[in-house]
Design a protein around this ligand. Structure first.
Ligand code: FAD
Length: 287
C-alpha cells in the first residue's frame, strides 16, 4: 500500500515548522518517528497534503532535570527514554514503560511527542504521563502553553492539540525519595499493543502504604487514574492481603469496555491481576 501524494517539508527551526502548520492548517501534519503516521497514510486513514518533518529540530530532543522535574524533548526516541540513566534515576516508571513499547526497531524511531500526540488508548507513554500528572508543553506561533496530561488526552486518538500546534516536550514530576513503582501489561504477543496495563507508584514507610497512585491503560478511550481507590488505602499495611484487596477494588472501580473480542469482564480480571502484580513489585513483596 502506498500513501497519496503529499508535499514534504523539513524545516530547520521550530518557528519555520509552526509557520508551515499555520499556513496549511488542517491540510498539514507533522511527522516525527513515523511509526504511527506512515502506516495510517499507507492505509489512507490519514491523507495530509503537506507533511512537516520535525526531525531536523534539535531543540526538540534531549532529557534534562531541573529540581523535581524531568523534561523530555518531544523528539526523544522511546529507546533513549528506556535506556537513559537520568530517566532511570529520576523517573524509573517512565523508563520501565518505554522499554515495553513495540519492538526494538519501533523504539529506535518512535518518539515521546508522537506517542503523546497520537493518544492511542493502549499506548504506554500517555498512561505514564496521566499516572504521574505530567505536563505536556505545546508551541504555537509566538506562544507556548503547558497542559496537564489529564486535560490533554481527550478521547481515543484525540487531544486538545490544535492543527497549528506542536508538542515540544513533556515534563514529568521526579519520583519522591523512597518512591517505588510497578508496571505490568498484558498483550497477546510480545511487542503488540497492550490489551490492558497497570502503572503504580507508592512509598512504604514503617510497613504502611503512602502516596499511592494507580493508573490504568487499554481499558477505554483514555488512560485513567483511580484516585478514590488510592485514597482509600492511604496508610494501609503493605502486606499481601491489602494488595490483593487493592487489586480487587481497582478492578471494581475501572469500567473497561469489551473490545478486540475480549469481554469487559475479562478485562476487569486482567486489571485485577496486573494491578496486584504491579503493587506486589512496588511494595517489595515480589521480584
Ligand atoms: C508494529 C508496531 C507496534 C507498535 N507497538 C506499540 C506499543 O506497544 N506501544 C506504543 O505505545 N506504541 C506502539 N507503536 C507506536 C509507536 O510507539 C509510535 O512511535 C508512536 O505511537 C508515535 O510516535 P512517532 O514519533 O512514530 O509519531 P508519528 O507516527 O510520526 O506521528 C503520530 C501522530 O502524532 C503527530 N505528532 C508526532 N509528533 C508530534 C509533535 N511533536 N507534536 C504534535 N503532533 C505530533 C503526527 O502528526 C501524527 O498524527 C507501535 C507501532 C508499530 C508500527
Amino acid at each position: 500500500m502506498k500513501p497519496p501524494v503529499f508535499s514534504y517539508y523539513r524545516p530547520r527551526s521550530l518557528e519555520d515548522a509552526l509557520g508551515l502548520l499555520a499556513e496549511h492548517g488542517f491540510d498539514a501534519k507533522v511527522i516525527a518517528g513515523g511509526q504511527s503516521l506512515v502506516p495510517m497514510m499507507n492505509m489512507r486513514l490519514a491523507q495530509p497534503a503537506h507533511l512537516v518533518d520535525l526531525n531536523a529540530l534539535s531543540q526538540l530532543t534531549g532529557i534534562s532535570r531541573v529540581d523535581d522535574t524531568l523534561s523530555v524533548g518531544a523528539l526523544t526516541r522511546h529507546h533513549e527514554v528506556a535506556t537513559s540513566v537520568l530517566v532511570r534515576s529520576a523517573c524509573p516508571l517512565l523508563a520501565d514503560a518505554a522499554r515495553t513499547i513495540g519492538h526494538y526497531a519501533i523504539r529506535q524511531r518512535g518518539t515521546l511527542g508522537g506517542s503523546i500526540a497520537n493518544a492511542d488508548p493502549a499506548a504506554q507513554l500517555p498512561l505514564i504521563a496521566r499516572t504521574l500528572n505530567a505536563r505536556v508543553e505545546v508551541a504555537a506561533p509566538g506562544v507556548k502553553r503547558e497542559i496537564a496530561a489529564a486535560d490533554f488526552l481527550l478521547a481515543a486518538m484525540t487531544t486538545t492539540l490544535e492543527p497549528h500546534e506542536i508538542v515540544t516536550a513533556v515534563h514529568f514530576p521526579c519520583a519522591r525519595p523512597g518512591e517505588r513503582h510497578g508496571f505490568e501489561l498484558f498483550s497477546r504477543r510480545t511487542g503488540d499493543f497492550a490489551i490492558a496495563a497497570s502503572a503504580v507508584t507508592l512509598v512504604v514507610e514503617v510497613g504502611r502504604i503512602w502516596n499511592l497512585r494507580i493508573g490504568l491503560g487499554g481499558i477505554g478511550d483514555v488512560p485513567i487514574t483511580l484516585d478514590d481507590v488510592a485514597r482509600d488505602f492511604e496508610g494501609a499495611w503493605a502486606d499481601a492481603a491489602t494488595i490483593t484487596r487493592i487489586g480487587e477494588c481497582a478492578a471494581a472501580a475501572a469500567d473497561p469496555t469489551g473490545q478486540q473480542g475480549m469481554s469487559a469482564a475479562y478485562r476487569r480480571d486482567l486489571i485485577n491481576a496486573l494491578t496486584t502484580r504491579a503493587l506486589m513489585r512496588a511494595s517489595g513483596l515480589a521480584e
